[in-house]
Design a protein around this ligand. Structure first.
Ligand SMILES: [Zn+2]
Length: 381
């Protein structure tokens, strides 16, 4: 502890929270959204800590920031540490989002928990580890990446996953109570559409009713398809699910509707893919003679990293154990590339995206120590 009672990790977090980096999609609630300033701050920190640093432009003023820490020895393990630099909107917050006030052992502000807390803990741990003999004499290469755009679209993770080396392990910084999240379901939103022919409602026989055409499609989704989907299960995550959640159709009471759409929410286990589901649907619709089309509105993949992987076993004793999550994060993007990926960090997801977001400073410091132990464990062969 320093005289002011703030550790270097807490001071770093305070600086990070004071740099707004709100994701610009939707209504960010600030005049200057985007990750540029945050990425530049991290670049400077990484350079001073001894890394080779570059910015990867993804969108205008929205780069990834990458710092590589090289050991003196021959590289035998490549580690990726990757929190995201963007935060969710500040709309509806009950505190000053960027004051980074400390009160009662907690630091308050947008991103304090999700995910500038885990990011500060990672950065400080790497900085301290870099000057140790354990690191210098090891074969562990550490790449820190501050990923832009996690809160909408995961663009930063996709951009880096496309060109990054095949890491032996990726640790994504998220507030997980320092438990290792090694599996979560994927999520996709699908849209079914039926077309009709609009005529005056007084002569329905002359038109084609798109709402009526949707009825058997809706029944199919809720019965046959739902049953098929639920047969895909995972020991910890449970069964895959699909459910219709939105319906639109028609334009006026006296017009036969010429269009109808339903939107469905699909949550799938790692043994199921969106393409597989689309395959089922297209075949079933054809077989039943139903004239409907299906399209993907959005999709994010499932995560499943083997809990018995040797590097997971190596870091496990320095964490609070293994777990799964109901949410989605950048880990799945690197998992898709075949990189063993997990999410791990201090702080609780319960405080993420909240009106008075905070992280407990004691947890933050334990997180920094935890990451440090993990780095040591990975450096020792
Ligand atoms: Zn997050």
């Amino acid at each position: 502890m320093t005289i002011s009672g703030m550790t270097p990790t807490a001071k770093l977090l305070q600086q990070l929270v004071r740099i707004p980096s709100v994701n610009p999609e939707g209504n960010p609630g600030v005049a200057n959204p985007g990750e540029q300033a945050c990425a530049e701050f991290i670049a400077k920190f990484l350079r001073q800590a001894g890394a080779n640093v570059q910015l990867q432009p993804v969108f205008k003023n929205r780069p990834n920031v990458i710092g590589v820490f090289k050991p003196k020895g021959k590289i035998n393990t490549r580690l990726l540490l990757a929190p995201h630099t963007d935060t969710v909107s500040v709309l509806g917050m009950s505190i000053d989002p960027f004051a980074a006030k400390v009160k009662g052992g907690k630091l308050y502000g947008r991103g304090a928990s999700d995910t500038k807390g885990p990011m500060a803990a990672m950065l400080q741990a790497v900085k301290e580890f870099f000057v140790s003999d354990t690191f210098k004499n090891s074969g562990l290469e550490i790449t820190f990446v501050g990923l832009m755009g996690e809160e909408a679209g995961n663009y930063g993770a996709h951009a880096w996953a496309k060109k990054c080396p095949a890491y032996d392990l990726a640790i994504i910084g998220e507030p997980t109570d320092f438990k290792i999240v090694h599996a979560h379901k994927g999520c996709a939103w699908l849209k079914f559409s039926t077309k009709g022919r609009a005529v005056h409602a007084s002569t329905p026989a002359n038109g084609r009713n798109a709402i009526n055409a949707m009825l058997p499609v809706l029944a199919y989704v809720e019965t046959i398809l739902s049953k098929k989907i639920s047969s895909f299960t995972h020991r910890q995550l449970g069964a895959s699910t699909i459910v219709a959640t939105v319906i639109h159709g028609g334009s006026k009471t006296n017009i036969i509707p010429d269009h109808c759409e339903i939107e469905v929410d699909l949550r799938f286990t790692p043994n199921l893919t969106v393409n597989k589901v689309l395959g089922f649907i297209r075949q079933d619709l054809k077989q039943a003679g139903l004239d409907a089309t299906v399209s993907v509105i959005s999709s994010s993949s499932a995560l499943h990293t083997d809990a018995n992987h040797q590097l997971i076993k190596k870091i496990l004793p320095h964490s609070k154990g293994l777990t799964t999550a109901p949410w989605f994060c950048d880990a799945a993007i690197f998992g898709l590339r075949g990189i063993p990926s997990v999410a791990l960090g201090p702080g609780s997801i319960k405080q993420a995206h909240t009106a008075d977001e905070f992280i407990k400073l004691a947890d933050l410091e334990k997180g920094k120590d935890g990451y440090l132990q993990i780095l040591r464990a990975l450096a020792v062969r």
